[in-house]
Design a protein around this ligand. Structure first.
Ligand code: DP6
Length: 336
């Protein structure tokens, strides 16, 4: 299924900023929302430059996201500050940031990276999407490149696949693309605004995962027989979600997004060794949602590579949904 080439991130980075200045200004700033996929990105056709096997479609989380300030420093090493605390440069997160900066900066330039995330860390949400999108925007600002959205999306994708969808407000679709250099694999915003649309974070567990999404994705593609059906499934689901959004049809968007997430988890369960992110409380929450739906409440869920749920509903159901799930963190993606 995979079509790995030996194109490197560095090669793509050079293509993106070809002919542009590499002299930094005094500082750079970037801000990007987190996003939740309604039709999931699961599986890569090229791991080196994060090219997906399928398209995906997401909604941005409004004001929840990351904000990053970059400043050149006269020092031997970079400094990485996350939510006000200095991060040990030997840890995995810092290593990924340094590796990412190295793709774009001139040799020898050291930076102070000051990043803030407004995503409740307790919600156990991956913050890499908004983090890398904010970092891409901050680099663009630091060097004064003024790259267009397509290039910025590709740039963010090099940090983390789902980051390419974090440049826009509202709904965005990541076009899978066909080229081996991935220059046609980027996200575009959907024009639709849906002010009543709500997505809410239901925290089940914040315990560290046994397997990260990157490794889980790799194992699924390599070992799951069910995964062979995934591209066809995505083709149908993404079309249904797009049409559902255009018609503001919550039932269609909700049932399709929920089914898509469950199908993604089914491919994980079908992997060898099996991958199961669900906790008993995740299953209990799913059952509660199905029960509420049977009783007439229009609420749906999606899940990513973890035990937490994200609930999907409309403004009119907000009070009732929150009554059943106290502690929900509700987001109005178009209401800010
Ligand atoms: C389940 O974008 O974190 O959240 O490209 O390896 O960085 P990498 O993966 P990442 O995977 C996200 C997977 C997902 C589904 C989605 O957001 O579409």
């Amino acid at each position: 299924m995979k079509s790995e080439t030996n194109i490197s991130k560095k090669h793509v980075a050079d293509l993106l900023i070809a002919g542009r200045a590499r002299d930094p200004g005094p500082g750079g700033h970037g801000r990007a929302p987190a996003n939740i996929a309604l039709c999931k990105y699961w599986g890569k056709r090229d791991e080196a430059i994060n090219l997906p096997l399928t398209p995906s479609l997401s909604v941005a989380l409004g004001e929840l996201g990351a904000e990053t300030v970059l400043e050149p420093i006269d020092a031997a090493d970079d400094i990485f500050i996350l939510n006000g605390a200095e991060v040990d440069m030997r840890c995995e997160a810092a290593r990924r940031v340094v590796e990412y900066l190295d793709l774009f900066r001139p040799v020898g330039l050291r930076l102070r990276v000051d990043s803030r995330s407004s995503i409740p860390l307790a919600a156990g949400l991956a913050s890499s999407a908004s983090g890398f999108a904010a970092l891409a925007l901050a680099l663009d600002d630091l060097f004064g490149w003024r790259l267009e959205h397509r290039a910025l999306s590709i740039m963010a994708r090099l940090g983390s696949g789902s980051a390419c969808r974090s440049l826009y407000k509202g709904f965005a679709e990541w076009l899978a693309g066909e080229r081996t250099d991935g220059m046609d694999s980027y996200a575009v915003p959907l024009a639709d605004e849906w002010p009543a649309f709500r997505i809410a974070l239901l925290e089940i567990s914040v315990a560290p995962k046994e397997i990260g999404s990157r490794a889980a994705m790799r194992r699924t593609v390599a070992t799951s027989e069910l995964y062979r059906r995934w591209p066809a499934r995505v083709a149908g689901d993404i079309a249904a979600i797009r049409a559902g959004i255009a018609n503001r049809d919550l039932e269609q968007v909700g049932t399709t997004a929920e089914g898509n997430a469950l199908a993604m988890h089914a491919t994980m369960i079908d992997s060898r060794p099996a991958i199961l992110y669900w906790k008993p409380e995740s299953v209990a929450a799913m059952e509660q949602i199905w029960k509420l739906r049977a009783a007439g409440l229009k609420v749906f869920f999606t899940m990513d590579a973890g035990p937490n749920l994200k609930l999907i509903y409309e403004e009119g159901q907000s009070a009732e949904v929150r009554r059943h799930f106290p502690g929900l963190r509700e987001v109005a993606p178009f209401g800010f």
